[in-house]
Design a protein around this ligand. Structure first.
Ligand SMILES: [Zn+2]
Length: 152
């Protein structure tokens, strides 16, 4: 059997293999690798911003701030659940220095008073809540600015 050949540009990536049938006649066998028939669509109306390591978070000043925030907390999560501290701690759990008031909401980026030490799940939870609040505020503002009010 000859080497399989791909046709450049063929979206189905058809491989053509020259084979011989029982009488010794060369025939092309087509082995196709089909793409999924159902395309995936992103139905989210609002997409979260891409996760990129921001330059601001890479500076020595930010690292020092983050270290100070975590050190002050004894490397233990400071989130409170039902009146009790979460208390997950490094090194068993990865700790995150979180801006209590997020930078994009005008929070002071390098003030230790605007920092708290959170475990991964509490940090994700807090980030999601802040995003939801920001989106709610944003859509509320957009609605009040709409000249004909909210038609829905
Ligand atoms: Zn926690």
């Amino acid at each position: 059997m000859d080497e399989p050949k791909t046709r450049p540009g063929d979206p189905r990536r058809v491989f053509l293999c020259a084979e011989r049938d029982r009488r010794g006649v060369r025939v092309a066998s087509r082995i196709s690798v089909a793409k999924p028939r159902i395309a995936t669509i992103d139905t989210r109306r609002v997409r979260p911003p891409a996760k990129i390591a921001e330059a601001e978070l890479q500076t020595p000043e930010h690292r020092a701030w983050a270290e100070e925030v975590k050190r002050r907390a004894g490397y233990r999560c400071e989130a409170i659940h039902d009146g009790r501290r979460c208390g997950k701690a490094a090194p068993a759990h990865r700790m995150f220095a979180d801006h209590i008031r997020e930078r994009r909401d005008g929070g002071e980026p390098l003030d230790p008073k605007n920092g708290q030490c959170l475990c991964g799940s509490d940090h994700s939870l807090k980030t999601a809540k802040a995003r939801a609040a920001r989106f709610k505020a944003w859509t509320g503002a957009a609605r009040s600015r709409a000249p004909y009010g909210d038609s829905r």
